[in-house]
Design a protein. Sequence first.
Length: 288
Amino acid sequence: MPRNGSREYGDVDWNDIWRARQQRHEASRHFTDPSHDWDKKKNAKRYNDGSKSEFDTRVKTTISGLKINRRSRVLDIGAGPGTLALPLAPLVKEITAVEPGKGMADLLYENMKTEGITNITCIEKRWEDLDLRNDLSGKYDIVLSSLSLTMEDIRESLAKMDAASSRYVYIYWFADPPFWEKMCIDLWPALHNETYYFGPKADCLFNVLYQMEIYPNIEMLPLDKVYRFSTMKEMEVFFQSRFAAKTKKQRQVLDAYLSPLIQTEGNEFVISGNSTLAKVWWKKDGKS
């Protein structure tokens, strides 16, 4: 597949559209979500604990769809606590995990120690700040980015992924607003008297790649989200923080919205929803 630096077709630069949508998305939240501060160990642990059951099917589907073998070197961008890296480790030669969140990175190290895994190294940097020549050791058979495309300059980030790979690049990104963004879209006008703008999705990603003259394969996969809580109070505190429901009126609006969504499973209170995930991948020239 040729890559001669062509970026645009027609009058549209999709990298600019991605950047604008990402900036609009960040601005529309108008507050910092403390539950997604991945520098904090408690947030990383909550994510890690939930991923053991919630992400099980997705993790198995992701790994089964990678062209790997025992000699493969894998670069995992936005590795978190090792959601993919840990089950991948016994199947490949080595993994380099890129994870900027201190809480996530610390938990990754702990999980490696607990599971006796020694073939994962972690670079605690944002992908945007990583230097391919100085931070990485050569090219990787597999470059993997799963739900970690928060960069504003997506073209530059994709070019780095392509450059870091000798064989395959696999990206998993949202095809439509995931369940938690659908909740924000519903709630924002009543909670904050504003429109909630979701971030750029796979359609925008595909067009950026097309303008880079990278023509990927695309598969659509189900993406389920399940929130589990031991008590109603735990659930209320979580969602009040998540959606910045601070006043009595805001909390009433939130309670009325959540009430019909709540289900009970054993001793747990559960809220769940679904959306669609896009698997976007390509093979480097001359490789099979």
